[in-house]
Design a protein around this ligand. Sequence first.
Ligand SMILES: C[S@@+](CC[C@H](N)C(=O)[O-])C[C@H]1O[C@@H](n2cnc3c(N)ncnc32)[C@H](O)[C@@H]1O
Length: 264
Amino acid sequence: MPITRSALAESYDRFLDHAAHYITEDADSGFLNLGYFTGTSMSLSEACARLTEEVVATAQDRQGPVLDVGCGAGGGTACIARHWPADRVHGANISDHQLDACRRRVPGAHFHLMPAEDLAFPDATFRTVISIEAACHFDRPRFLAEAMRILRPGGELVVADILFHDQPEVFGRFLSGGEIYRDIGSYETIWRSAGFADVACRDVTDPVWRGFVRNSRARALKGLMTKTLEPAAFRKALAFADKIAALPVSAYVIARATKPAAMS
Ligand SMILES: C[S@@+](CC[C@H](N)C(=O)[O-])C[C@H]1O[C@@H](n2cnc3c(N)ncnc32)[C@H](O)[C@@H]1O
């Protein structure tokens, strides 16, 4: 049985409220993703911001309106609002608690309580739809159909997504409803089936998933050696990195596609 939306939202809410127990630095950054690591000296929040910037750089439009689906606590949406006019930035999430954090973090933007599979906007509303590390929780074909509907002709969808070749065991049903993608090709197929054109996936498995694991282990060890991390916190950080390392990841991708210009 897949986890219910409310149970998923509550798990994230709890994680956010107790983030300092899991994240040893900058726990209030508003990010909830693995980050994009370019070196071992990057902090997690710097890497999370970098992942958002990589996604933003993949999109071409800067006019908006733009929608961030599965916007977490708004760390990513705040980055997005630095590239688009803030009042043309929208975020959607299934948790009121996280949306409150988003509203505090990005006051000029608009936040909506709605699931990715049922985006209650009129057809052809957005020039750009973005989603960062949230789609593993979605029913992706339904999300893609909604993204296609609410995008304007010629509009872009850009998604940072983690693909599993098996149902993850370590986090049970929390991370995935069981959609299996053995390779990037099978993932691109569902985008094409939804009607998207120019589908292109960039494989960022190394800087993101492996980068998170490498960096978490290195940071934990450094914390122990420099005595900024107690042994219990060191073991906890290491255990968390081990869980992420054990995930059955086939690829971490930044995927981009357009809605064909002739479609409405
Ligand atoms: C890993 S977090 C990513 C948050 C944010 N994009 C970031 O990069 O910091 C996943 C987010 O997806 C949201 N989410 C999960 N299922 C969803 C759904 N069906 N529709 C919309 N949001 C959903 C969760 O509440 C959570 O905020």
